[in-house]
Design a protein around this ligand. Sequence first.
Ligand code: GTP
Ligand code: MG
Length: 146
Amino acid sequence: MKKGKVMIIGAVGSGKSTLTKKLLNDDKPAVKTQALNYAGWIIDTPGEYSENPMYYRSLMATSLEAKVLLVIQDATRENSIFPPNFSQGFPLKPIGVITKIDHPLANVERARILLQQSIPNAPVILTSSVTSDGIKDLIKNIQKHL
Ligand SMILES: Nc1nc2c(ncn2[C@@H]2O[C@H](COP(=O)(O)OP(=O)(O)OP(=O)(O)O)[C@@H](O)[C@H]2O)c(=O)[nH]1
Ligand SMILES: [Mg+2]
């Protein structure tokens, strides 16, 4: 896949970098993301960029060459950091991704409802970077839009 075609956004600590490495078959553990990171066909972003609307323009500018937007919802989180209908502002195909479904505190149905509020009508894929559940399914879904 071509460089920078998929941008990944979501809260601080929601599992974006861990998932990015998983998708790229990189076994090294993720470290805290400090800046935009072009990792192969994925643009990994710092969670702070998603949590502060001041960064939305910058995210949007960065996403101009990308085709797919992975919107991450951590299954262990009780809330969403994105406003309702958030993805309407992005000229990209949104795919909702629920992370950490292996976690004892995961609540998948809550996460699904939160994603549907931010990105209505987008597909939602359940994943765990620990067990690799959903990873192949996610790759298939991404490839449909590239
Ligand atoms: N149980 C479980 N933990 C996970 C999973 N994915 C990530 N984590 C953990 O969640 C924490 C944060 O992961 P990161 O991938 O660094 O999160 P991030 O979204 O890149 O965070 P920022 O770079 O700060 O925006 C780490 O301790 C990971 O080990 C998962 O699928 N299951
Ligand atoms: Mg990160």
